[in-house]
Design a binder for this molecule. Structure first.
Ligand code: HEM
Length: 527
């Protein structure tokens, strides 16, 4: 240390000494090394170059969707039953078997469209993603708060997201682009009546529901399968905001929901959700007027009761946002024995997309990071190397054998817990077709009618406000859809836009659109 340095240890200061990542103590963190006090700087200035070049790389790509979010930890506790039956009748997944069994979890809440620092009051679906660290490895359940989605085929996901993301020229979210896409996407109607109602702005993360949305399967010991849908109900109740409420909150804080969750956990007011499950026999259910694998639909609870199977409690905040919230990585392919995919065409697409984006966003060894590790079990693989590898996954007796099969050591294959065949036999020819029974309007209409008066009023106002910013043909097509959803919705939005049923009755159904008899009847009533 030179005599004129501005820094250095003060006598009596017992705090630990700053080092660089090579372990070298830092004697001066205020001044670069220069030739004389006024420079020039030298290039061999290792400490400075390390500091600044690491800083240059502090950001990783944010999630392409769900960039803004918050993660907390807690546990899932099983009730061990579904209705009057032991849960083993339906699934052999170990985490569900015993009443009172606890499994550690991480839960990340998020908004979808905005960037990492965007406002948490946005009108947007909310993500509800859970990682269960089970003894059979990790299970991720990656859902949202609105039970349904905009589209039912994964090939349309980049388009729906582009329409909702900022305009590539103005970089503003533009209603004209959103409703241009939605007007050509009738399966979005059910989601739209949710997103543009007060439910589209949850008061915070503690006061909202969660849903698995896609249809999964449960598998029992005998290999019998059931279709399953997951629902999370907050013990705290459900609360939403209107546009005015949201504007008032946003004026003071862009991150009110993250703060609310952190503060509640810090003061010991641990939020809790109950998990309810709907089950259906594993077939295509020709008796229903919708397809059970269609994620734009809910299953009527009168026919398919949602029964409680467990609860989740969040009791710990992260210690570091970047390591635990930014780098946590969920995926719909991350299942354990006793749980399975269905042929839901969104689910298969999602399952590829998550780990693909995480290899890009976090890196090929993202599963070695503590928050993503399967901490309930021991990981043993023959995967080696790659960028940022952190350690060698556990190997067998002979560290030279990183391949399988081998007679000289290494890892062996496991045995199937029961047998490797399950579920119904499937036959079909390769094709590209929409699913039959699209039935795009009925459940949207039922949802509208279930709302309270003030919620319907809010929905209508929001639609009028946003759709009035769209081109006239888009406005007309949206009114046409709303008249098919429910007369009252179509008439009220139409009135606000100056569009009567007469103005839209000449519109043909969209190319390839599959209308029900009830839809046709409604169209006839227009004229
Ligand atoms: C995040 C793709 C549909 C819920 C993501 C991410 C991608 C993605 C690439 C970013 C993941 C990351 O960077 O770690 C897709 C595709 C979909 C789809 C291709 C349709 C084909 C859905 C649906 C839901 C959903 C239907 C709700 C049920 C979520 C959630 C996250 C997420 C909650 C954030 C996870 C987290 O907190 O890290 N999605 N998604 N996604 N997606 Fe999807």
């Amino acid at each position: 240390m030179t005599a004129d340095s501005s820094s250095g240890a003060q006598p009596g200061d017992n705090r630990p000494v700053l080092t660089n990542r090579q372990g070298h103590p830092v004697y001066d963190n205020q001044n670069q090394r220069t030739v004389g006090a006024r420079g020039p700087a030298t290039l061999e200035n290792y400490q400075f170059l390390e500091k600044i070049s690491h800083f240059d790389r502090e950001r990783i790509p944010e999630r392409v969707v769900h960039a803004r979010g918050v993660t907390s930890y807690g546990f899932f506790e099983s009730y061990g039953t579904w209705g009057d039956e032991p849960i083993s009748t339906f699934t052999r997944a170990k985490l569900f078997q015993e009443r009172g069994k606890r499994t550690p979890v991480a839960l990340r809440f998020s908004t979808v469209i905005g960037g990492r620092d965007s406002s948490e009051t946005a009108r947007d679906p909310r993500g509800f993603a859970i990682k269960f660290y089970t003894e059979d490895g990790n299970w991720d359940l990656v859902g949202n708060n609105l039970a349904v989605f905009f589209i039912r085929d994964a090939i349309k996901f980049p388009d729906v997201i582009h329409s909702l993301k900022p305009d590539p020229v103005t970089f503003r979210q533009e209603p004209a682009r959103i409703f241009d896409f939605m007007s050509q996407t009738p399966e979005s109607m059910h989601m739209l009546v949710n997103v543009f109602s007060p439910r589209g702005i949850p008061a915070d993360y503690r006061h909202m529901q969660g849903f698995g949305v896609n249809t999964y399967k449960w598998v029992n010991q005998a290999g019998d399968t059931k279709l399953v849908k997951y629902h999370w109900m907050p013990k705290q109740g459900v609360r939403s905001m209107t546009e005015d409420d949201a504007a008032a909150v946003q004026a003071g804080d862009l991150g009110h929901a993250t703060k609310d969750l952190h503060d509640a956990i810090n003061r010991g007011d641990f939020p809790e959700w109950e998990l309810l499950v709907q089950l259906m026999d594993d077939n295509d259910h020709p008796e229903l007027d919708f397809d059970p694998l269609d994620d734009t639909k809910v299953w009527p609870e009168n026919d398919f009761p949602a029964l409680p199977v467990g609860r989740i409690v969040l009791d710990r905040n992260v210690e570091n946002n970047f390591a635990e919230n930014e780098q946590i990585s969920f995926g719909t392919g991350v299942l354990v024995d006793g749980l399975d995919f269905s042929d839901d065409k969104m689910l298969v697409g999602r399952t590829f997309s998550y780990s693909d984006t995480q290899r890009h966003r976090v890196g090929p060894n993202y599963l070695q990071l503590p928050v993503n590790q399967a901490m309930g079990t021991r990981v043993r693989t023959n995967q080696r190397d790659g960028q940022m590898v952190y350690y060698v996954d556990s190997v067998g007796e002979n560290p030279h054998v990183n391949y399988e099969p081998s007679i000289t050591g290494g890892l062996r294959e496991g045995h199937y817990p029961t047998h490797d065949e399950q579920g119904p036999e499937i036959r079909g020819r390769l094709t590209r077709q929409r699913i039959p029974r699209a039935n795009d309007y009925k459940q949207a209409g039922q949802r509208y009618m279930l709302m309270q008066d003030w919620e319907r009023g809010d929905l209508v106002r929001n639609f009028i406000d946003l759709i009035s910013q769209c081109a006239r043909p888009v406005q007309e097509r949206m009114v046409w859809h709303f008249l098919l959803v429910e007369d009252d919705l179509g008439l009220r939005v139409g009135e606000g836009l100056g569009i009567s049923p007469d103005d839209v009755k000449q519109l043909d159904p969209l190319p390839g659109q599959d209308l029900t008899d009830e839809d046709r009847q409604r169209l006839q009533n227009l004229g």
